[in-house]
Structures are given as C-alpha cells and as structure tokens.
Design a protein around this ligand. Structure first.
Ligand code: SF4
Ligand code: MG
Length: 316
C-alpha cells in the first residue's frame, strides 16, 4: 500500500516587495502511517509554510503531494472535505484558533458538526470523553478559552483535533509557548495518543531536543531547503551537515559557567533574509567549514547512508 503522505519536489515562491521569496525549494519526503517526521529549523526556514502546503491551505508552485496515494492538487471538492478532516493541525497558540465566545465543549461539538461526525446527542459525550483522554476534568467543557492555562488550551486543541478522527496531525510548534515541565507532559501525551490512535505526525519545531523524543525521521530545513534528512537516531549519532551539527551543539552543550558560553554560540550570525539569500551554499556565511567553492557552487543532495541525506560539499 502507498505511504500515508508523499511529498515530491515541492516548491513555493512568494512575491514580497517586488522580489521573489523562495519559501520552500524542492522538498521531498515520505511518511508512513503511524510515524512522525520532525521538521526542524529556525524561524523563517519555511517549516510552517511546508505544513500549510501539506494541508493544502497553500498551493505549491511545483511538485506533488500525495495523501494515501491521491494527488492533493487534482482532488475533487467533496473528497477534499474528507481529506481536510483526515489532516488536522495544532498550533503554538491554541487560543487563536478557538472562538472566545464558545465554551470548550461547544467548540469541540462544533468541529464535529462541521464535518458531520456523530449526532447532536452524541457529540457532547464524545467531547467530554476526549477531554478526559487528554487529561482534562469534565468541568472544562463549560470553560471559555480565557479561563484556561496555555497547557490546558493545548490539550483542548488536541482533543478537538482528535474528535475528527484524523490520520495525520501537523503539530506546529505545539509546545514552544509552554513551560518546560508542561512541554514534557504534552509531548508524552502526543506520543501516547499516537500509539492509541495510530496517528501520523509532522512535528514542527525550532528545537531539535523537542523533536528527538517523538520523531522517527528528521528533516532539517534551512532557508526553505532540506539540508539534512535521516532517521532520528542516525541524525543524532552522525549529524553530517554543519548546520545540523551546530544545532545539536547548541542543545547538548549547556554551559556550566558563563565564560564557557562562547562554546555554545558556535553558530555565527542570524539567518539571512530569504529575500536575499547568499549564493552558492546558502549556509556559507555562517558555516565554520566553508570552502571557497561553497560561496559560488550550490551543493547537491548527497547520500550519507541508507535514508540519510545531506546537502553539503563536504559529503563524499
Ligand atoms: Fe558549509 Fe560548504 Fe557544506 Fe555549505 S557546502 S554547509 S558552506 S561546508
Ligand atoms: Mg512557524
């Protein structure tokens, strides 16, 4: 059978200030049902754009996205509704996607009603069941979004997504705004739910440490391009692209004394503007290993090992 999701050479360009902005360039990956792909990169790397393209909230300029073997771009309206239900998203700020004038119970019922799931009588029961499943007490059904904490709201967002029986959930920085202790709980919850409901995740984060726990595969994005892609354990064992190495360094070396801080900040400078990307390898201004060729010649994607690719001239 076909993988749940196949993304093939997709690109997306925006026009900004009369210039072309390559938000996503030639990205490909395959995701099997029940697995998690971690998408990692700094803000501005194109992670959310890619997520929105998968959901077809944004059309791609080039390439193909297949969901269960169906090409999303040629899908009929009716089937698209079904697909929309199958693909849900949870955001960094769950409050922004909740109606402030609806109670939590109403919001979940409403989502189910839009997709014609269950009956008027059964929806509330299912909503409460799901709230319980994500670790919230019954009474939360009567609460308004402003009465809940960030962690509780994220659980509500997850319950609402689950109410539609999705196959794929795009988690767009779902824990970035939460306290570290709450982050761990929410990630653990996502992992338990994945097992229970055979969910497939695309987990978007700027933080490699956060995706490590959940991801089967990881793709590292830099200025709209995947610079390295590998099974998660392989990526942590053998990080090959200098950018991945730098990202890993910054999470593994917590400085013990302030004077050692330098070590941690081995990444130089800011991510360049995607409106004016550097030539050659786009990472070269920040790369500790940059060669003269890197400034002019764009590296190709090279195979490091089975399922492990990196886009760097240093890969033999
Ligand atoms: Fe660094 Fe050159 Fe590799 Fe780019 S191609 S990551 S600049 S070594
Ligand atoms: Mg984002």
């Amino acid at each position: 059978s076909s993988p749940l999701l196949q993304v093939e050479n997709v690109s997306k360009t925006f026009r900004v200030q009369g210039k072309k902005l390559h938000a996503i360039e030639n990205v490909s990956f395959t995701l099997e049902a029940g697995k998690t792909l971690g998408l990692v990169g700094e803000s501005g790397s194109g992670k959310s754009t890619l997520g929105r393209m998968v959901l077809r909230l944004l059309e791609s300029d080039k390439g193909k996205i297949l969901f269960e073997g169906n090409d999303l771009s040629s899908i009929k309206k009716k089937k698209l509704r079904e697909l929309r239900r199958n693909m849900q998203i949870i955001f960094q700020d769950p409050k922004a996607s909740l109606n402030p004038r609806m109670t939590v119970g109403e919001a979940i019922e409403d989502a189910m009603a839009i997709h014609k799931i269950g009956t008027k009588g059964s929806r509330r029961e299912r909503a409460v069941e799901l709230l319980e499943r994500v670790g919230l007490p019954d009474e939360v059904q009567y609460a308004y979004p402003h009465e809940l904490s960030g962690g509780q709201l994220q659980r509500v967002g997850i319950a609402r997504a689950l109410s539609l029986n999705p196959k794929l959930i795009i988690c767009d920085e779902p824990v970035s705004a939460l306290d570290v202790s709450i982050q761990v709980q929410v990630i653990q919850l996502l992992r338990d739910l994945q097992e229970e409901f055979n969910l497939t995740y695309i987990f978007i984060s700027h933080n490699l440490a956060v995706v490590e726990y959940l991801s089967d595969d990881i793709a590292v994005l830099y200025l709209g391009e995947v610079v390295e892609q590998a099974p998660a354990d392989e990526l942590f064992k053998t990080p090959t692209h200098p950018y991945t190495q730098v990202l890993l360094n910054s999470i593994l070396k917590i400085p013990d004394k302030p004077e050692n801080k330098q070590e941690m900040l081995s990444i130089q400078g800011e991510i360049p503007s995607p409106l004016n990307p550097p030539g050659g390898c786009t990472f070269h201004p920040r790369c500790p290993y940059a060669l003269d060729t890197c400034k002019v010649v764009k590296p190709e994607q090279r195979k490091v090992a089975e399922g492990h690719f990196a886009t760097c001239h240093l890969v033999e």
